[in-house]
Design a protein. Structure first.
Length: 166
């Protein structure tokens, strides 16, 4: 559990929990508001069924499960590497530390699956996300031309070595 701040005010503790099928409509709503590559309900539902997936949501502690999610992360472990696919945070909660909390939790979980390296793609113009990833040890490892659509844009490939579990 961690706390975050919104508009300079402390908010209730935030929990990061496993994503469930009941969360998917809100996950898709957040995805669309963030300008992420759209997976949609079916994409997230399929991913939830994969044993190697790390699908997490953030919500205020003590909130009823039916209340609004604050953000989510979708990642998948393959061999000794975790691929961070999507991180999305509600607009009113951005820059409050939730993206960092979600990323950190996903990376910690991925270590339990044996991941020693993390990789992700980020829009070349998304400097805010790049800054978040750099704070967590990611560095640019390459570029994928015209990777994103609507609008078409290059992706920076960022990678990080994960610290061993203590």
């Amino acid at each position: 559990m961690s706390s975050a701040k919104v508009a300079g005010e402390s908010v209730a503790a935030t929990t990061v929990e496993l994503m469930t099928e009941h969360d998917l409509l809100e996950v898709v709503e957040i995805e669309e508001s963030c300008g992420l590559s759209l997976w949609g309900w079916d994409g997230y539902h399929t991913e939830l069924e994969r044993r190697e997936s790390i699908m997490l949501v953030a919500r205020r502690a003590g909130w009823d499960e039916r209340q609004r999610l604050l953000g989510f992360v979708a990642a998948r472990v393959s061999a000794d590497e975790v691929h961070v696919n999507n991180i999305g945070v509600r607009e009113e909660m951005r820059r409050a530390g939730l993206g960092s909390l979600l990323l950190r939790t996903a990376l910690l979980r991925s270590r339990m699956y044996g991941a020693v390296r993390a990789i992700l793609e980020v829009r070349a113009s998304n400097h805010v996300a790049q800054k978040l990833y750099r704070r967590h040890g990611f560095a640019v490892a390459g570029r994928r031309k015209n990777y994103y659509k609507n609008p078409t844009e290059d992706a920076l490939v960022m990678a990080a070595e994960l610290e061993p579990e203590a």
